[in-house]
Design a protein around this ligand. Structure first.
Ligand code: SF4
Length: 707
């Protein structure tokens, strides 16, 4: 199918339509955007992942294009201590450049930091990484994707030598005989994906869900395992233990395609199901039934998502399920495998092209001399000028404004005041900066703290590419130009580069097609090789799967058919042991707290909380608790409650539900202010991925009696 922009026929006014994708999550559903008489609307579009379906967020996405709160002029904070005031672009950019120069002169290049986002297009993510390394020459860049998929990414790299969310097309889900979802709730986070689950079950497949809550997805499952938060790794090891005991291991596959199995076999020998039941609460019979469904079926897919990954042991937990998949011989077998359901719209591409503290474009390591030479050559700078690796997102945010940390921060496409763990502390760090610059199209909670706010274009106002959860590179197409006074992120980066460096270092391309051509060259030969991906090729079909090193060669919808991209071509087992959560319950904080999403809101809510229909569907935060717990604490449905941890508290109405365990409370993380879930969450991070422990901490719950 050739998809692109065209003018719909008709007398009089000429409506315009473009084939594009939803601005929100990693499913990147195909949609048609139509503009008529100045009004933009969303129409369905057949695309392989969503097959014409969209969730409520997608259907209402165009509302923000003309939203009255849209930023259309730069804002400068009054130096006399006042609020944000409209300013010219020249005044705003001068203020930024003067501030950056002052900070770097006084404290060194690394005193300026950059924080990106998993919603930025590939072109912007690439340009932002280049801007940090070439124009600012700082090592301090990272992005909010660190809070999203980093544990699965690290586990994938160490097992398979590559990190691609799904190593097969999404359609494979519909053909799986057994599908195991661990910590994933696509019925609320990616509703169009549920069609594949329905198809899978209509073909006679079994769906098994592992989740501490009885989610909308769990309700559709044939079997729901409801472990205590933070015990998924014990469940994974017990499943492998049963598979070993019952003789369901694919010994030929293990011998020919993997290494390191013996250590894993020894490690899981002690994970008999009764031990896992004692820890997780999942009955032995359910563990055995799950292992049987996985071990005896022909086509088996195991998927993890944030529920398993957002832990201080997230990498090991994912590794536990990867070990299980490898032992059963799944990765590379048709219709089978392990995958991760990535979260943000360009969570995949955003981490491939240079926003991550330790990476250069093409998923190259920034500490690899050959990688530095290659990328520096594309950028036209000496390799020794490129800074070394920076630090992961939370460590970076937590160092802001401290004596040893950065004194200035530029934020693109992120709202850490709501989305960072231990958010009150991070908010304080942001306030301590000498200069905070935020580029956004709405005044997010983070932008409201800024010294300079730059109004940016929205998704339907610029071209670019995104890479969805399958590793499929897609075209995002502009419906209309940005409103007067608004610039694209690429234009902003080019303006700043020109002012900082006087041009000449190449980070000045404002045409996304030109930036993408450079990205292809920079990624050539890397793990995430886009060299053979062209916009024309994407247009000719429904996207191009990376790696795609050759313009005339094939792309790669399915990975691992013959070998893994490791030095010896084998996948690598790693023995992993369950360990307790970073913070355990105690007399003072006797309950587990976990966070997640609701169907009608997205991430920090900056966008979706401003869409009328979504606000009606999910107007406010809430605290979900079991009626038994509510009865013990004397809390009624709808009554205001306070969730208190060692780091802070959130206040929201109680929502009584048997979907939650009586020892656990849940709150969605889409709201700021008093209802901010991340005021409570734990900032302990995974030692490998830097992923914070969003999904479990110890709290107490109190009824709020005062008004
Ligand atoms: S599932 Fe994701 S990509 Fe699809 S419409 Fe909803 S938010 Fe958009």
């Amino acid at each position: 199918m050739t998809d692109g922009a065209h003018a719909a026929t008709g007398p009089g006014r000429t409506p315009r339509e473009v084939a594009t994708h939803c601005p929100y999550c990693a499913l990147q559903c195909g949609m048609t955007l139509r503009e008529e008489s100045g009004r933009a609307t969303v129409l369905p579009r057949q695309f392989p992942t969503n097959r014409g379906g969209l969730c409520q967020k997608g259907w209402t996405a165009a509302e923000l294009l003309d939203h009255p709160e849209r930023l259309t002029t730069p804002l400068l904070r009054d130096p006399a201590g006042g609020g944000l005031r409209p300013a010219s672009w020249d005044a705003a950019l001068d203020r930024i450049v003067t501030g950056l120069r002052t900070v770097q002169r006084g404290h060194g290049r690394d005193a300026v930091a950059v924080f990106g986002g998993g919603g930025l297009t590939n072109e912007k993510a690439y340009a932002l990484g280049k801007f940090a390394r070439v124009a600012l020459r700082t090592r301090n860049i990272d992005y909010n994707g660190r809070f999203c998929m980093s544990s699965a990414a690290a586990a994938g790299m160490r097992a398979f030598g590559i990190d691609r969310g799904l190593p097969f097309p999404l359609a494979d889900l519909g053909r799986a005989d057994t599908l195991l979802l661990v910590g994933a709730n696509p019925a609320e986070t990616m509703p169009p994906l549920v069609r594949w689950l329905t198809e899978q079950r209509e073909r006679g497949g079994r769906l098994i869900v592992v989740d501490p809550r009885v989610t909308a997805t769990a309700r559709q499952a044939d079997l729901h395992l409801q472990p205590l938060p933070g015990t998924d790794l014990a469940v994974a090891n017990a499943l492998l233990h049963v598979a070993l005991t019952e003789g369901w291991i694919d010994r030929d596959y293990v011998a020919e395609r993997t290494s390191g199995f013996e250590a894993v076999r020894r490690a899981v020998a002690g994970w008999w199901p009764a031990r896992a039941e004692a820890l997780s609460g999942v009955p032995v019979a359910d563990l055995e039934a799950t292992a049987r469904a996985l071990g005896t079926a022909e086509r088996v897919i195991i998927l993890t998502a944030r529920g398993a990954e957002q832990h201080a042991k997230g990498v090991d937990t994912v590794t536990g399920f990867v070990n299980l998949a490898l032992a059963l011989g799944l990765p590379g077998r048709p219709g089978s495998g392990y995958g991760c359901l990535t979260g943000q719209g360009n969570g995949q591409g955003g981490r491939e092209h240079g926003q991550k503290a330790d990476q250069l474009p093409g998923y190259r390591r920034i500490d690899d001399p050959a990688a530095r030479e290659h990328v520096a050559g594309v950028w036209g700078v000496p390799a020794e000028e490129l800074p070394g690796p920076g630090v992961p997102a939370y460590e970076l945010l937590d160092s802001l404004g401290t004596p040893a940390g950065p004194k200035a921060l530029l934020v693109f496409g992120s709202n850490p005041v709501v989305s960072a763990p231990r958010a009150a502390r991070i908010e304080g760090r942001l306030r301590d900066l000498d200069l905070l610059v935020v580029a956004d199209f709405l005044l997010s909670e983070t932008a409201a703290l800024a010294d300079v706010v730059l109004p940016t274009a929205q998704w339907a106002e610029e071209d670019g590419t995104m890479t969805n959860l399958e590793g499929r590179v897609l075209r995002r197409r502009a419906l209309r130009p940005p409103p007067p006074g608004v610039r694209t992120d690429l234009e902003i980066l080019a303006d700043l580069t020109a002012r900082l460096r006087g041009g000449g270092v190449g980070a000045d391309a404002t045409d996304p097609r030109v930036v993408f051509a450079e990205l292809r060259r920079a990624s050539a030969g890397g793990i995430a090789d886009y060299a053979g991906v062209t916009w024309e090729r994407i247009d000719e079909r429904d996207g191009v799967f990376w790696p795609c090193p050759d313009e005339d060669g094939p792309d790669t919808p399915r990975l691992f058919a013959d070998r893994f991209p490791t030095p010896d071509g084998r996948a690598r087992f790693h023995a992993v042991e369950h360990r307790p959560a970073a913070e355990e319950v105690c007399a003072e904080y006797p309950l587990h707290f976990t966070t997640g999403r609701v169907l009608a809101q997205y991430q920090s809510g900056t966008q979706t909380r401003r869409v009328a229909a979504l606000r009606r569907a999910a107007p406010d935060a809430f605290v979900e608790l079991h009626p038994d717990l509510a009865g013990r604490l004397g809390i009624g449905d709808g009554e205001p409650v306070r969730v208190v941890s060692r780091r802070g508290e959130l206040r929201a109405p109680a929502r009584l539900s048997t979907a939650i365990r009586p020892d656990t409370v849940f709150a969605p993380f889409h709201w700021g202010g008093a209802a901010r879930a991340n005021s409570v969450t734990n900032d302990a991070v995974d030692p490998v991925s830097g992923m914070p422990e969003f999904k479990i901490c110890a709290v107490r719950l109190e009824r709020v009696d005062e008004p």
